[in-house]
Design a protein around this ligand. Structure first.
Ligand code: HEM
Ligand code: FES
Length: 770
């Protein structure tokens, strides 16, 4: 293990000698920028030194999304055993105080190694599964209403002390089954636990904190003893006591005692803070708040977005059990890691517009605030449910509530838990909607337990222009109905255009600098399922349409040495935005644009005007068809090929690319051509989830993705039909029956990944890195 403060690296490894840069040496997570916003404070590190050693902490700090996820994923190489260790060691006097209370915090769940951890987690998981949690919602709603009743006519409140500190504690105690008389005693200790574990208290403060931690330990254990005297009660702590009686090896006495205290912090403060952070975020972004008031269906996605930009656990800890590397940086055995989820949650490599709060972001649930993998938060769906009820009740009953101006976000200085200590709001009671219309009290909206449903995350848009772009191609321009700016988008991005039951994906193809509008082009396909026909025949200026996105599954690697862009017909839409970007950046590119006749080629004039020198036109009717062999002969090393167009063109490219280096060809398909699931023709199979340490049966009438979701494992998905690559999962064993259009033939052949929404196991069993 490394001594705190000393440089742990082998200086011979670093070309510059000591690898601790001035910024790394100045990093102090207990004060300054990190306390204001840890994700923003580590922007420099994400860009310049994504994994750095902090001498102040004695920890390696990990800041990028993929690295944070990789560390969470491997809980053998990166043991969680230090997750609850005091980050500031206690002086001997403080230890004496703890001894007085018989304080003996041992491993619980979150800091337990395998195989003990998973054995225990499996025995105790049942109460956390989505179908078991719905029964708690009426209580959360009842509590929220009664707390709101206390202040709704007052016109002002401190949301932290008036409601958000209290209710998550009451819910946690109810979920655990702790009798009411215990609740009052437990209320006061949370602060001490946070500072004790993740803070930097002075030696004097350590003494007072130890006193409180000791009292917390004793109180929790007294309550536990009372519960154990009659273990027939209802609640998770009673389940745990019964499991201890039946399986004392897997659920030992030390675990019971330690968990009784740890679970309160896990369930209470995390949720209180996350709720306060969410209200702080949304009340500071009035348009977002008003959208929630107008459309409560957006509440689940708003909760995820708030957990992304303002999570309540911002950094977690692991220790390396062997010499290893993270993000290319060597970490010695015993190296301690601070994995900063708040930084991962703002990594531009993973998120479009990471610094913007966008409640319509439908992949926000990929945030790292609940951790990932075998230890991922068991209580995430309880927290989500509470936060949704709070937002739903407040946006309905107090839509006119505002933050009291001039407040600063005061956090308890520590590395990991984040939330304001107060949150002052005000409103005019005479404008309370229920005074005019008491029936609004009954207009509650409930949401299914679990990650948000993508179908609900839709942005309303107004059609501002419709015109014929080419023969059979309609160009539709959309704007926000209130004239707000739209999220920026990157070349290759698309939106889903939605009207009633019709939902289709179209690439964005307008000017990226125009923040007020999105433009899509739609080819009329009379032989299709009717979506394009509908948009051609029915959409006119002034209409309302809905969209999802923008999202990008066809991302341009701007760092490549050279780009060959190939567009067939309407495939010009994503490709043109790429060409524009490459031209702007001064990166070499060639644009091949193929079509049958000029009159049907969208943006032909613009392509010729803007990309004349780089453009190579291929028009069937004129006998200038694209000769792929010639176009792709002698590609320089590091060249990247991007193509979008008809299946015939893309298949020919895939054939050619068989011998190319991996990742050189990027293609975007429009359809899978695959039908829905036909249970008659499918077989069920077993999916073994290595990261989560679970085994599921995937029935013949469900997709792998359905089975994962039902088990409470959040795998992001987007298109649900094998087109976008969002639901990719790693495959460790078992042959895949690939049915997607994302993977190249070579990638399929490697049999090391699959799309959970559409692909299945060929045999009876598949082992996944999930
Ligand atoms: C673990 C965050 C609410 C129970 C965790 C972890 C994080 C976390 C970061 C560690 C994950 C890892 O190591 O991969 C949060 C946040 C919450 C929240 C941000 C609220 C917004 C809750 C609630 C409960 C709960 C309400 C219980 C009722 C647990 C348990 C674990 C855990 C039991 C340990 C799981 C394991 O190690 O297998 N949580 N949590 N959490 N959480 Fe939560
Ligand atoms: Fe798009 Fe599965 S969700 S490929």
């Amino acid at each position: 293990m490394t001594d705190q403060g000393a440089c742990p690296a082998d200086h011979g490894l670093s070309p510059t000698g000591c690898p601790i840069s001035a910024r790394a040496a100045a990093f102090d997570p207990f004060k300054g920028d990190y306390q204001v916003d840890p994700g923003d404070a580590l922007r420099w590190a994400r860009e310049q030194e994504p994994v750095f050693y902090s001498p102040e902490l004695g920890y390696w700090v990990v800041t990028r999304y993929e690295d944070v996820k990789a560390v969470f994923r491997d809980n053998i190489l990166f043991s969680p055993s230090i997750a609850l260790e005091k980050i500031t060691p206690a002086p001997p006097e403080a230890l004496e105080i703890l001894k007085k209370y018989d304080f003996n915090m041992q491993r619980t769940m979150v800091n337990e190694d395998e195989p003990q951890h998973m054995e225990r987690r499996r025995l105790l998981m049942d109460a956390f599964l989505p179908d078991k949690l719905a029964k708690h919602e009426p209580m959360v709603r009842r509590l929220t209403r009664s707390y709101m009743d206390r202040f709704i006519d007052r016109g002002h409140a401190d949301l932290v002390s008036d409601i958000f500190y209290e209710i998550p504690l009451t819910v946690a105690l109810h979920f655990l089954g702790v009798p009411d008389e215990g609740a009052e005693e437990l209320r006061q200790f949370a602060v001490a636990h946070t500072l004790n574990t993740w803070g930097r208290p002075t030696p004097e403060e350590q003494l007072e904190i130890s006193e409180n931690v000791g009292r917390f330990w004793k109180t929790a254990n007294d309550i536990l003893d009372r519960m154990r005297a009659d273990p027939t009660g209802e609640g998770w702590m009673y389940d745990t006591i019964r499991m201890h009686n039946e399986h004392p090896e897997a659920v030992p006495e030390s675990y019971l005692r330690s968990m009784m205290m740890a679970i309160l912090a896990a369930a209470h403060e995390t949720t209180s803070n996350a709720t306060s952070n969410a209200f702080w975020t949304l009340l500071n972004d009035r348009p977002a708040w008003e959208d929630l008031v107008a459309n409560p269906a957006l509440i689940p996605s708003a909760v995820e977005e708030c957990l992304r930009v303002a999570g309540s656990i911002v950094a977690w800890r692991r220790i390396a059990t062997d010499d290893t590397e993270v993000g290319g940086v060597k970490i010695p055995e015993g190296g301690k890691l601070l994995i900063v989820q708040a930084s991962a949650n703002k990594d531009r490599r993973h998120w479009e517009n990471p610094d913007e709060v966008d409640i319509y972001r439908d992949n926000a649930a990929e945030h790292m605030s609940f951790g990932y993998g075998a230890h991922q938060c068991m209580g995430k769906n309880i927290a989500r449910m509470e936060m949704r009820v709070f937002l739903e009740e407040f946006t309905r009953r107090l839509p006119h509530m505002r933050l009291v101006p001039g407040q600063t976000f005061r956090n308890l200085p520590n590395t990991s838990f984040r939330g304001p200590q107060s949150l002052e709001v005000e409103w005019s009671p005479q404008d309370n909607p229920e005074r005019r219309d008491p029936a609004i009290l009954d207009r509650t909206v409930s949401f299914p337990i679990g990650a948000p449903r993508k179908d609900d995350i839709l942005r309303q848009m107004t059609v501002t222009d419709v015109r014929e772009e080419a023969e059979g191609v309609r160009r539709i321009t959309l704007a926000d109905p209130r004239g707000r700016d739209l999220p920026r988008w990157s070349p290759g991005a698309h939106i889903d255009l939605v009207s009633g039951d019709i939902r289709r994906k179209y690439s964005l193809c307008g000017e990226r600098a125009d923040a007020g509008h999105y433009t899509v082009c739609i080819l009329r396909e009379d032989a299709g399922k009717g979506g394009s026909r509908y948009f051609h025949e029915h959409v006119k200026p002034g209409d309302t349409l809905h969209i999802a996105g923008p999202k990008n599954h066809f991302r341009l690697d701007e760092e490549a040495a050279e780009h060959i862009l190939i567009a067939g017909g309407i495939g010009i839409t994503p490709i043109l935005a790429m060409a524009d970007r490459l031209k702007e950046a001064g990166t070499p590119y060639v644009l091949h644009y193929c079509g049958s006749i000029r009159g049907r080629m969208a943006f032909l004039g613009r392509a010729m005007r803007d990309h004349g020198a780089a453009l190579s036109l291929h028009v069937g009717e004129e006998g200038t068809r694209l000769d792929l062999d010639a176009a792709l002969a002698d590609l320089p090393p590091g060249a990247q090929v991007y193509a979008c167009g008809p299946e015939r063109l893309l298949n020919a490219l895939e054939d050619m690319a068989e011998g190319w280096p991996e990742g050189m060809l990027h293609i975007e398909h429009f359809t899978t051509g695959a039908g829905g699931l036909d249970p008659e023709k499918e077989h069920s199979f077993e999916a073994v989830l290595r990261d989560s340490d679970l085994t599921l049966t995937v029935r013949n009438d469900q997709t792998l993705l359905d089975a994962l979701t039902a088990a409470g494992v959040d795998v992001p998905c987007d298109c649900n039909e094998g087109l976008c690559g969002t639901c990719e999962v790693g495959v460790l064993d078992g042959e895949v029956d690939h049915r997607d259009k994302v993977l190249s033939r070579a990638e399929r052949g490697a049999n090391d990944r699959m799309m959970a929404c559409s692909s299945r196991a060929k045999g009876g069993r598949i082992v996944l890195a999930v």
